[in-house]
Design a protein around this ligand. Structure first.
Ligand code: NAI
Length: 481
């Protein structure tokens, strides 16, 4: 039986390995992590991450050919293939701080592999890493290997949170990069045969190591760039009376552009886009390509601009101050169907409103009070460090913030509502009931364009939808960009 071990039981390692175990009953898969609470949760009924369909997959394989353990050394030593899916945050200190990837966790995983291995292994980069990381990892492994042979493969993950299981079941493509030597090609074939259990052969792409590593950064940069492009258009739409939904639809009909990923919003979030673009920018700068670096940097600048534009719109619409006004925040996760709040635009929007002394009542169906409080006091880039290194509960909390159990409680007595995550339930809640319980004039600032703005206006709300023609009220109180 082939044995796979995956170091890192996070949003990628957990679901990816669960699906491999489900689709490959002839392979034993062990996911290991140094975070004990995380492993305990994977072994319980309350999995550490929320992902539609994940519970079902885990239940089918756990205890059969899928295991979760903190015994990193034992399972790495026994494995034929070791995936490394640890976090690769942005550096917070030293050379490249604020841009370069921090490979501390990766290096520590590589050293563990070198230390405990007693047989030849294929080591798979699953984490998103800077191009050329495999070269550094090879050095660590070969310098410490006591004659054991390692083949490094790059197999970046393209799943999207919220649809991870669907994406893993039917990936657009699986990408495997390896050395162009006979041993490298043999390793590629071994990994290919794992995916071939369920992925059609023509969807398994093989490349050299550097192409695979760079493709992941490139894919995230292109995806984020699309969002920043449509968000940049949304600002122009508001200024001119065009409707961004109509513009998106019209341009998306062009088969060269295509209709996906063209929704305007308060901005992109998530653990990857910003971090990976910063990483790309740093690599460009290190390779003497400042113009290319500047081009990609702009994607992040527009994203930041979109978030501050949203805050400015809220404040200016409400007579230029939200001081001591209750604002309901509906949605805190960075997108629907996940409880993940890493780099969620809600953090910046909430901090912006708190800066103007607003009182926030936050509701999200999947995010805990502890998580929200922790996010609002955490420093930039500190979030992407293993959970076990973070305080269990925040040492202090933001006093002007309370957490509500549902949208009705959050909005009661509020002056305004900011919708920051596109949860389905925000489309169907009883806005008339909400309107009746709010201060007047009652505002809705829809950062995801999920509500029926016309229906809400009929109830009496003043509604702001991103990139849509403005209400007379909002036109009279233009946001300062
Ligand atoms: P995560 O933070 O959820 O999980 C990483 C895990 O690795 C943590 O539980 C941590 O305790 C563990 N870890 C760190 N160092 C370790 C060590 N030396 N030994 C054992 N365990 C260790 O991170 P996530 O979201 O799963 O991301 C992992 C990688 O995958 C990152 O490079 C990320 O950029 C990439 N990625 C993430 C995607 C996402 O949607 N979250 C999608 C595609 C790629």
């Amino acid at each position: 039986m082939v044995k796979i071990c995956c170091i890192g039981a996070g949003y990628v390692g957990g679901p990816t390995m669960a699906v491999i175990a489900l689709k490959c009953p002839d392979i034993e898969v062990v996911v290991v992590d140094i975070a004990e609470p995380r492993i305990a949760a994977w072994n319980s009924d309350q999995l550490p991450i929320y992902e539609p369909g994940l519970d079902d997959v885990v239940k089918q394989c756990r205890g059969k050919n899928l295991f979760f353990s903190t015994d990193v050394e034992k399972h790495v030593a026994e494995a034929d293939i070791v995936f490394v899916s640890v976090n690769t945050p942005t550096k917070t200190q030293g050379l490249g701080a604020g841009k370069a990837a921090d490979l501390t966790y990766w290096e520590s995983a590589a050293r563990t592999i070198a230390d405990v291995s007693k047989s030849d292994k294929i080591v798979v980069e699953k984490s998103t890493v800077p191009v050329k990381t495999a070269e550094a990892i090879e050095k660590i492994l070969t310098h410490n290997s006591k004659g054991i042979k390692f083949q490094i493969l790059s197999n970046p993950e393209f799943l999207a949170e919220g649809t991870a299981i669907e994406d893993l079941f039917q990936p657009d493509r699986v990408l495997i990069g390896g050395r162009e030597t006979p041993e490298g090609q043999k390793a590629i074939q071994s990994l290919k045969s794992v995916y071939a259990h369920w992925v059609p052969e023509d969807r398994i792409l093989t490349t050299n190591l550097w192409s695979a590593e760079l493709s992941k950064l490139a894919a995230n940069a292109f995806l984020a760039q699309r969002i920043s492009s449509v968000n940049a258009m949304s600002a122009l739409c508001e200024a001119t009376g065009a409707d961004v939904a109509e513009v998106s639809y019209a341009i998306g009909k062009d088969s060269r552009i295509g209709p996906k990923f063209l929704n305007a919003s308060v901005g992109f979030g998530g653990s990857c886009f910003q971090k990976d673009i910063l990483n790309l920018v740093y690599i460009c700068e290190c390779n003497g390509l400042p113009e290319v670096a500047e081009y990609w940097k702009q994607v992040i600048k527009i994203n930041d601009h979109q978030k501050s534009r949203f805050v400015n719109r809220v404040v200016s619409s409400m007579f230029n101050t939200v001081s001591q006004k209750k604002i309901a925040i509906l949605g805190f996760a960075f997108k629907k169907d996940t409880g993940d709040t890493r780099e969620t635009p809600a953090i910046d929007v909430c901090k912006g409103l708190l800066g103007d002394k607003a009182i926030l009542s936050i509701y999200d169906p999947q995010v805990t009070e502890d998580q929200i409080q922790r996010d609002l006091i955490m420093k930039k880039f500190d979030w992407d460090h293993p959970l076990h290194l973070q305080p269990k509960s925040p040492k202090s909390s933001v006093k002007q913030v309370s957490i509500a159990w549902d949208a009705y409680e959050a909005t009661k007595g509020a002056h305004g509502i900011c919708i920051l995550t596109e949860w389905e339930e925000f489309k169907t809640i009883d806005y008339k009931k909400i309107y009746d319980s709010m201060q007047k004039p009652a505002f809705v600032f829809d950062g995801r364009n999920v509500v029926n703005a016309e229906a809400l206006r009929e109830i009496g709300f003043i509604v702001y939808s991103i990139g849509k023609p403005l209400d007379a009220w909002l036109k009279d109180m233009p946001a300062i960009a």
